[in-house]
Design a protein around this ligand. Structure first.
Ligand code: COA
Length: 707
């Protein structure tokens, strides 16, 4: 029976830490972990466990866990894989609360069974497992470095959760180089039990943690992660870096950790939905984390660029547009603020151009003016090396102004020039000035700051549980159960139609005829033109079998089509049982869209939207969201696709019925949620007509779980 889980805070703030496999031999991991715990200044009790007993780094070791008289909050295991399972049982018996298994040799190399057994034993005894296949954890709050990574860690405001151990160790080194302080770093490895969601639960409320950085290779339980992430980002910035963007990268990631790297596009969209900032590379992630952990929230969106070079000013304005940084545009106010510091041949428009002749004093005056003006909320300072603006003056003046004002307002600097100039910029960076060699990096930091500012502004709205569209869940489950009972994991057209009816999703009128006369009667009832399609369990690809006839204009054409379909299908598969021939309303032309809902292997229930035809097939222009979403998010998803302007109407066309599309997206998600048997729903095409004229689901494919 599963026992109650211990509070995750014990993992970060243990009073007693055991090291199972503690070794007196320098160079062994069991030695390094004990040494790191000691060197890190941990003030709790350290309990080395070694079957031979004896001293480890001056501490008396215990031959077994049982020999230690007290409780153990956290045990770190560093013994060979073949001994792990027995030792896990001993930990469970001792009542260890958290077990961090550094040892490799489990699911990442195909040893899945043993890993599952470890989790089973742990959960039966109220114990949680971190790892296996990790480098351990560092928790700055209690100065605990229970890793075999570097011993020298700067304390600070960034917490890192990493799936890759080696990269995690490298990140500790990198943070040191970049002058970034850490509040914690946790290696999750195979994530057999504890995953990102568990750790976020602690980090969200941890006052020491200002920014969370996650390195992810694959998502295992996205349905649990998404709500926690949404909550986290309303409180503090979360930066993610994920490998597996390329197909090759995804394959490498999959074999590396034993977990499937989730489809990258889905990851991208879901992170955006959660308000997570996805970095393109490690350097960008580090830049963002450092900046976000130091800078205050801006008081508004007005950003001013101060530059001595028109060219870099324009490049910066472009970068601002790309990163959604809003440039202050009140020309009269800008003129008033900067006319004292800008020469007559310069420009007070934003970018504020103090021109190439500007001395450091001119810069100081312009920056002071930006700091002094309450309507300016953030500042970007750019500089090109000139005869009057040299490396020496740069260090002195910018150093002084940053010392005076610091982060009174969010500010970034980027200066371009020769080696002396760059060296001076480097000196300033070492002094803590947010100075970037590349202006694009400076602006991207400002961009994530503003994305975060907007996210924080959403407050509760960002985590509110969306209302669901009502669907007839009983009827949908009845249909799916009947299909399963029939031994199938796909729905036939008429069954799909029934599901659409249960959700009130408009489909073309359709009737199933069993005789030629009936087909004609139905066609007359529906109104010409009509489409006819074979209905048979054994014929899935109807067009290939010659089982579809389009655009039938009158009774004679219906009769001909009826005979042709019967003839073609009997030839195609003589054993096929033909249940009837469907007579369907021929839908009017409109804009073809595609809507899907499916169980993603990583994120669970997700929905998809795109425009049909080449937009989805060639351009792969689709957007995804984790389910559930509300009206607002569904609309944001539609706007995410590049071909969105086509829905707004081009070349004099009317706007399409976007509300109708939103309605179907929400209903499709609700169908998936209403029935555990359904794994995939795809409406292709969903034809969208002009605003107010609705949409029509022309074809629907629904798949069920395979046994
Ligand atoms: N309880 C306690 N101690 C035990 C034990 C047990 N059941 N079984 C063995 N030990 C002791 C050993 O006696 C040894 O101590 P000693 O040096 O005093 O003899 C110590 O534990 C370590 O065992 P050893 O056999 O020397 O193993 P090792 O140090 O060579 O390797 C691991 C152990 C865990 C490091 C190794 O198996 C491993 O998995 N390495 C990869 C780790 C990794 O890369 N993780 C992912 C990082 S990203």
């Amino acid at each position: 029976m599963t026992q109650q889980k211990p509070s995750i805070s014990l993992l970060f703030e243990p009073k007693t830490v055991a090291v199972i496999g503690a070794s007196a031999t320098p160079g062994k991991i069991g030695y390094q972990v004990v040494k790191n715990i000691q060197d890190g200044g941990y003030e709790g009790t350290i309990v080395p466990i070694n079957p031979k007993g004896g001293e480890v780094l001056g501490l008396e070791s215990y031959k077994s866990l049982e020999d230690f008289p007290g409780d153990i909050d956290l045990a770190t295991m560093v013994i060979p894989a073949k001994f792990v399972l027995d030792s896990v049982k001993a930990c469970a018996k001792k009542g260890v609360k958290f077990l961090s298994i550094i040892t490799s040799g489990f699911s990442e190399v195909g040893n899945v069974e043993e890993e599952l057994e470890i989790v089973r034993i742990a959960h039966e005894n109220g114990m949680r497992i971190l790892g296996p296949n990790i480098f351990g954890l560092y928790s700055g709050g209690v100065s605990l470095n229970a890793t075999f990574g570097p011993s020298d860690i700067n304390k600070g405001g960034v917490s890192i959760i990493t799936q890759s151990g080696a990269l995690g160790i490298a990140m500790i080194g990198k943070t040191k180089v970049e002058n970034i302080g850490l509040s914690s770093i946790i290696s999750v490895g195979n994530k057999c039990d504890i995953d990102e969601a568990d750790l976020l639960e602690y980090l969200i409320d941890d006052d020491e943690t200002k920014v969370i950085l996650m390195y992810i290779e694959g998502i295992k339980n996205g349905e649990r992660l998404v709500p926690v992430l949404k909550r986290a980002t309303t409180k503090k910035p979360v930066v993610a870096i994920k490998s597996g963007r390329s197909k090759r990268g995804a394959m490498a990631a999959a074999s590396h950790t034993g977990s499937l790297a989730g489809a990258d596009e889905v990851f991208d969209f879901v992170m955006k939905q959660c308000g997570v900032h996805r970095a393109e590379n490690l350097q960008e992630a580090m830049n963002w984390c450092k900046y976000l952990s130091e800078v205050p929230m801006p008081k508004g969106e007005n950003v001013v660029i101060v530059t001595n070079g028109g060219g870099v000013g324009v490049l910066c304005a472009d970068a601002c547009e790309k990163h959604d940084v809003t440039l202050y545009d009140d020309q009269a106010a800008l003129k008033e603020a900067f006319s004292g510091s800008v020469p007559s041949f310069g420009s007070t428009k934003n970018p504020v151009d103090i021109t190439g002749g500007a001395s450091m004093d001119d810069y100081m005056a312009a920056i002071e003016a930006a700091y002094a003006n309450d309507d300016i909320h953030s500042i970007i300072v750019l500089g090109c090396e000139t005869a009057v603006l040299t490396g020496g003056t740069l260090t002195e003046y910018i150093g002084k102004i940053f010392e005076r004002h610091g982060y009174e307002k969010p500010i970034v600097y980027s200066f371009v020039g020769g080696s002396e100039f760059e060296d001076s910029a480097g000196v300033l960076r070492d002094q803590g000035v947010p100075m970037f060699p590349e202006l694009y990096d400076a602006v991207s930091c400002m961009g994530v700051l503003y994305a975060d500012y907007r996210r924080r502004g959403m407050g509760e709205e960002a985590i509110a549980e969306p209302e669901r569209k009502p669907v007839d869940a009983e009827r949908i489950n009845e249909i799916a159960t009947a299909v399963k009972a029939d031994g199938r994991s796909f729905l036939l057209a008429n069954e799909g139609l029934e599901v659409m009816k249960a959700a009130k999703i408009p489909m073309p009128v359709s009737l199933i005829s069993h005789t030629m006369d009936q087909a004609v009667a139905y066609a007359e009832k529906i109104g010409y033109p009509v489409v006819m399609k074979v209905v048979s369990n054994e014929i899935v690809h109807k067009s290939d079998a010659g089982g579809v006839a389009l655009n039938l204009e009158n009774a004679d054409e219906v009769i001909d089509a009826y005979q042709a379909i019967m003839h073609n299908c009997r030839n195609y598969n003589p054993d096929a049982k033909i249940t009837g021939i469907e007579v369907v309303e021929m839908v009017k032309k409109g804009t073809e869209t595609i809507i899907g809902a499916r169980i993603d292997p990583g994120f669970g229930r997700t929905i998809m939207f795109g425009l049909g035809g080449i937009y989805v097939e060639v351009m792969k222009d689709v957007a995804f969201r984790s389910w559930p979403v509300d009206n607002h998010e569904a609309l944001a998803m539609i706007k995410d696709i590049k071909s969105y302007p086509l829905l707004l109407g081009v070349r004099g066309e009317e706007q399409r019925d976007i509300d109708g599309v939103v309605d179907v997206l929400l209903k499709v998600g609700a169908i998936l949620e209403s029935c555990d048997l359904i794994t995939d729903i795809e409406i292709n095409p969903l034809v969208a007509y002009e605003q107010g004229e609705g949409v029509k689901a022309v074809d629907v494919r629904i798949l069920l779980k395979k046994d």
